[in-house]
Design a protein around this ligand. Structure first.
Ligand SMILES: O=C(O)c1ccc(O)c(O)c1
Ligand SMILES: [Mg+2]
Length: 627
């Protein structure tokens, strides 16, 4: 097993922009190497020697030149022409200063189903390469005409039996076909593995070519077993680069530096997942143990702060504290703390300028804030410290991909004391019955192309695990949703994205000019009493919904009547766990609140009701203050 993480590399095809842009972004993100994708070189206006010099100046190696297509097992005269073509590409490689070329398995209908011929052709190519000090790697494309599995590619490489020829493994081609690397160690010597490419992907049922060319993503962003794949590669003794090769429509359209940083983050995360007794390199402090949301902070101005306080009061929140030196209020109910920040010249004020009234920070209770911050920084996140007033406690924070802050608060007495040290706490009024217990989940609306980056950020930094993606029907378009939660279910975070501009998600991101917290759900032990005992402006649910509930679940009349009276939505899981929830109207069509009651270990979010909720929201107007 390796003593240190393997070198990290990224293919230029992952990134947007010109070839120099791509090299700069890869170097900036901290990669040691790049794969030069041929298309990027031939659209570049300048000699390969210039790219070689640029890479050298940036301190980044060119790990491989790729792909060389449709080479092996062709009839004459293509066979001869392919040898000439190879020589031309060897010239380019020497100018680039890379010694390895990727040959992907032939997709041509005219290719022959002849392993011996394929082996002979690759042997001749390797012989020609070796004469120039170069090497050839052979990769099975999952849609190759006759060779689409790594075992077939290995069979050919083994038969060719040339020291300058090796096998290239690509996680996507292997895992997309439902294959694994079982048996690799023992079958393929580590030094015969010339190169390893990594890509994850969502589970989709479509042809592998389209899937591969449009939906690959970085390790940890998809649903394939990248850790298992990479473990097998290491067990076989491979010690070359781990290289990201991702074809993704959204990545191609996103800023190269952001995608390159996400890519490097994914490999650092993968190293940490692989680290164990047999792989000693453990470069990351462990993920924090999360104990829920300590507070959510809203950026407001004075007027919006008044409106939001009124809105919160209808839900039973009370002002519980005034900051000692800043225009910041604490509103509280049960275990839920909401901070309203109207302080000029603060991170919140900057957020308010850009986005208007909205959540600008989330505070997570962690077991060890220093360790959590160190992990985030090792995962290339930027940290933040707010300007402190006299005697205030510093709270470390990490910047999330939407620009909001995530504060790291240690739980227990110390964690609580952030309130005592920074606030004049008001005497607590007796809590109304059925008060809120805690923040149940915080749902985010994202703009197109942000989902994969958010999933990777929360998975790697905080150890939240993503559920499979699902589609939610809004009357104005589909909303794609992926929920994330920590193993204990203390921090839950559904992420939503929508191409429709008039969906609930689409309206939010246009009102907000970007991604942000779309709704906050609070838990209560008794939602029917909660709703009956509050003046909160709730979303009304049509009778047809309750008709259908009766049909689907066979609820007692009394239970059904109670749901209907409170405009409560209902769901039940396969284990009999139940979920009752209700929504407030929105605050300025920006964000809204949800109240939930979980019974019997229900761990989901009532996705079956999302369509009814979004249709009701499309009909309803935002709440307006009585004043
Ligand atoms: O989509 C392709 O053509 C292609 C090319 C080279 C690769 O390494 C690969 O995995 C896919
Ligand atoms: Mg590949």
């Amino acid at each position: 097993m390796p003593e240190a993480p393997l070198p990290k590399s990224i293919a230029t095809v992952c990134l947007s922009g010109s070839l120099p842009d791509k090299l700069e972004a890869a170097a900036n993100a901290g990669f040691q190497g790049v794969e030069i994708f041929e298309q990027d070189l031939l659209t570049h206006d300048g000699p390969p020697e210039g790219i070689r010099a640029m890479a050298a100046d940036l301190g980044i190696g060119i790990t491989i030149f790729q792909p060389f297509r449709d080479f092996e097992a062709m009839p004459e005269p293509q066979r001869r022409r392919n040898m000439d073509r190879a020589e031309r590409k060897f010239d380019v490689m020497q100018a680039l200063g890379t010694d390895l070329v990727l040959v992907c398995s032939n997709v041509q209908p005219s290719a022959m189903d002849d392993t011996a011929r394929a082996a002979a052709d690759l042997r001749e190519m390797a012989e020609r390469a070796a004469a120039r000090g170069l090497r050839v790697g052979y990769e099975a494309l999952s849609w190759g005409r006759h060779v689409n599995r790594w075992r077939q590619a290995w069979d050919i490489v083994r038969q060719a039996d040339h020291p300058a020829l090796g096998l290239i493994l690509d996680s996507f081609h292997t895992l997309a076909l439902g294959d694994t690397l079982d048996g690799l160690a023992g079958m393929v010597p580590g030094e015969k593995i010339a190169f390893v490419q990594l890509a994850d992907g969502p589970r989709l049922s479509m042809d592998v070519l389209s899937w591969s060319r449009h939906y690959r993503n970085f390790p940890g962003q998809g649903e394939l077993d990248l850790a298992g794949f990479t473990r097998e590669v290491l067990a076989a003794g491979y010690r070359g680069p781990l290289s990201l090769e991702v074809f993704n429509d959204e990545f191609r359209a996103a800023p190269a530096r952001r995608i390159a940083r996400d890519g490097h983050r994914s490999l650092i995360w993968l190293d940490s997942v692989l680290a164990g007794p047999s792989i000693p390199a453990a470069p990351l402090p462990p993920a924090p143990v999360l104990d829920g949301v300590e507070f959510l902070e809203f950026a407001v101005d004075e007027a919006r702060g008044r409106d939001l306080s009124d809105f919160l009061a209808t839900l039973g929140f009370r002002k519980a504290g005034q900051h000692r030196s800043k225009a910041v209020e604490l509103w509280r109910q049960g275990g839920v703390n909401l901070v309203l920040n109207a302080e000029p010249d603060s991170a919140a004020a900057g957020h308010f300028e850009l986005h208007g009234a909205s959540v600008c920070a989330t505070a997570l209770r962690v077991d060890d804030a220093t360790r959590a911050l160190a992990r985030a920084e090792a995962l290339l996140c930027s940290s933040w410290r707010e300007r402190l007033g006299e005697g205030e406690r510093p709270i470390p924070a990490v910047r999330a991909p939407d620009g909001t802050l995530i504060y790291l608060v240690e739980r227990g007495d110390q964690g609580r004391s952030i309130w005592e040290s920074d606030f004049h706490l008001l005497p607590g009024a007796a809590e109304a019955p059925a008060a809120l217990e805690r923040v149940d989940h915080v749902a985010h609306a994202l703009t197109g192309g942000q989902m994969d980056g958010f999933v990777l950020f929360h998975r790697s930094v905080f150890g939240l695990e993503p559920n499979p993606p699902m589609d939610l029907p809004d009357p104005q378009g589909l909303v794609r949703s992926r929920a994330m939660a920590d193993p204990a279910g203390r921090v839950r975070m559904p992420l939503n994205v929508s191409e429709g501009r008039q969906t609930a998600t689409g309206r939010f991101v246009s009102a907000m000019a970007g991604a942000g917290v779309h709704h906050i759900a609070f838990s209560t032990p008794d939602i029917a009493s909660f709703v009956a005992g509050r003046a909160a402006p709730m979303l009304t649910i049509p009778d047809n919904y309750y008709e259908d509930l009766a049909a689907r679940f066979g609820l007692e009349d009394a239970a059904l009547a109670e749901l209907e009276r409170g405009h409560l939505l209902y769901d039940r899981d396969s284990g009999g766990g139940e979920f009752l929830h209700a929504f407030t109207l929105s605050f300025e069509d920006r964000f809204f609140f949800e109240v939930v009651e979980r019974r019997g270990g229900y761990a989901e979010y009532g996705a079956a009701n999302a369509g009814v909720r979004m249709a009701a929201q499309a009909r309803s107007r935002p709440w307006s203050p009585a004043r």
